[in-house]
Design a protein around this ligand. Structure first.
Ligand code: SF4
Length: 496
């Protein structure tokens, strides 16, 4: 085993990242026993490792190896922008959300410049990759300033701009107590409206990511992609019409398959892209179960599509056929299901999302068994507080803990059952509940019967709840479970 292979394996274990991966830059020509030139040795042992296709963010790790120890000193995303700078055993600088759109890098100039100068001192195997790291503090500041001026409310890239919201609908048909989306009525876009937001994304990519388009994840942002099938027409005043009234006068909303075709045509380099969107298990199962009734409306609707000749009439033969086309590897290949918690009482009474456990499990089984979807991510929440009033009385903390535990154990059994060998089709993403002003749950928290965590002990309470999940998933592949602390932060908090 040569040095490169050895360090790759060491770091792979250290960061919990599994193959496939590739080293894109390394210089390991100096032997460890070359004590005559320590400086040369240290500099030679900087390595940049590119990790791809993990369920955590893909990207680059800048590593240093001294004597027997190998350490990650910086994590960078797919576009080469620093996410985290780490020194020795502790993280010394994390460049958080505020850095994204606001154009400030919070006084870490020397660290940022040092990381890029280290990377650029390495010998790259590919000139193209070197361009990804052509940054320094000043350039990054200017880039984020320009980005914050360019962005509209419509398209919102993530920190690295590798994942971009593509708006195809506003709001949601559901009224979950915790969700700001539920405050206004659902409005699904027509194909022309969806194409117009797609053009804005194309302009964004052209201006800020020239030459790197193929690295992006596009996120068609509908709070339920299958709502387009449940409500295929929209009246002139924007009100949605259920499919059983769809023969009435109305404007057609986009069909999800049309959306995928429009995306591929506008951004042709998207072949290998991740395309992910939300799915509500209840709406999805309603469409699956009612497919026979919906089919004539969909066929009529699709016959008028500019893309009708690209598909066989058999597209609508069965829900399996339709969804296998929509969720094919070249179509929408990642689905995010808002599971929240696997407990009917808690879901209905506390979260105001009356989707039953049976509906959730059926939707997951159906997706993984009967469609070709590559990945399903289940979004789960915790961190609701200590005592919660409901119509059936107060839910106390012991009940909350045991509800979380039951839910975590069921979810862990589910991932175990569906993920075999190296395949990780089903994963769980756990988010801390964030109270958003104006929501029903925020109002519920103002009631005197509600008890929040004591401020000084908040983190300890949350850690205890997180442990319930890590315990339940013990023994499974690390990436079957992921904590996402930033999930519910309102995007406006990042704007200047
Ligand atoms: S949580 Fe999902 S289903 Fe509920 S209102 Fe929000 S977007 Fe809609």
């Amino acid at each position: 085993m040569d040095n490169l292979e050895a360090i790759t394996q060491a770091i792979t274990r250290r960061s919990g990242v599994f193959a496939p991966h590739a080293i894109i830059a390394a210089d390991f020509n100096v032997s460890r026993s070359d004590n005559e030139n320590r400086a040369k040795l240290n500099s030679a042992e900087n390595v940049l490792l590119h990790v791809m296709e993990t369920s955590e963010s893909d990207g680059y790790y800048l590593l240093v190896s001294s004597h027997d120890e190998r350490k990650v000193i910086a994590e960078l995303g797919e576009t080469g922008i620093i996410e985290k700078i780490i020194s020795a055993d502790e993280e010394i600088s994390s460049l958080p959300g505020g850095y994204v759109y606001g154009g400030h890098i919070s006084g870490k100039k020397s660290q940022v410049d040092r990381v890029y100068s280290r990377i650029n001192s390495l010998n790259f195997v590919s000139g193209q990759e070197q361009a990804y790291f052509d940054w320094d503090y000043e350039k990054l500041s200017q880039r984020f300033y320009a980005l914050s001026r360019f962005l509209s409310k419509r398209i919102t890239p993530d920190f690295q701009s590798t994942s971009i919201n593509w708006p195809i609908a506003d709001n949601c048909e559901w009224i979950c107590y915790f969700c700001p989306e539920s405050l206004l009525p659902l409005r699904l876009y027509t194909l022309d409206e969806a194409k117009s937001s797609l053009s804005e994304i194309a302009r964004f990519l052209e201006r800020f990511h020239n030459g790197m388009h193929d690295r992006f994840e596009i996120f068609p942002n509908a709070n339920d992609i299958t709502a387009f099938l449940a409500f295929p027409q929209r009246s002139a005043n924007g009100k949605i019409i259920p499919y059983n009234k769809a023969k009435e006068e109305g404007i057609f909303v986009a069909d999800p398959i049309e959306l995928v075709v429009a995306l591929k045509q506008t951004l042709p380099k998207s072949e290998k892209r991740k395309i992910g969107t939300f799915l509500n298990p209840a709406t999805f199962m309603r469409v699956v179960n009612d497919f026979e009734k919906i089919r004539p409306v969909l066929e009529d609707r699709f016959a008028q599509s500019p893309y009708a000749n690209m598909f066989q009439p058999s597209l609508f033969r069965s829900p399996e056929k339709y969804f296998s086309t929509l969720f094919s590897p070249g179509g929408i290949n990642r689905l995010y299901l808002g599971i929240e918690i696997l407990d009917d009482f808690f879901a209905r009474e506390v979260l105001g999302k009356p989707v039953t456990e049976v509906e959730k499990l059926r939707a997951i089984d159906y997706l993984l068994r009967d469609t070709r979807v590559e990945k399903v991510k289940l979004i789960v929440q915790y961190g609701f507080g200590k005592k919660i009033p409901t119509s059936a009385g107060i839910v106390d903390y012991d009940q909350i803990l045991s509800t979380l535990e039951r839910s975590a154990i069921s979810l862990a059994q589910l991932t175990k059952r569906h993920n075999n060998g190296n395949s990780l089709r089903l994963t769980v993403e756990v988010s801390r509940y964030q109270p958003v002003e104006g929501t029903k749950m925020h109002q519920l928290r103002q009631r005197p019967e509600f008890t929040d965590y004591p401020d000084a002990e908040r983190e300890a309470y949350l850690a205890r709840e997180e442990k319930i999940f890590t315990d339940a998933f013990r023994g499974q592949w690390k990436h079957a479970l992921r904590f996402d602390y930033h999930y519910a932060l309102p995007i406006d908090a990042f704007r200047n």
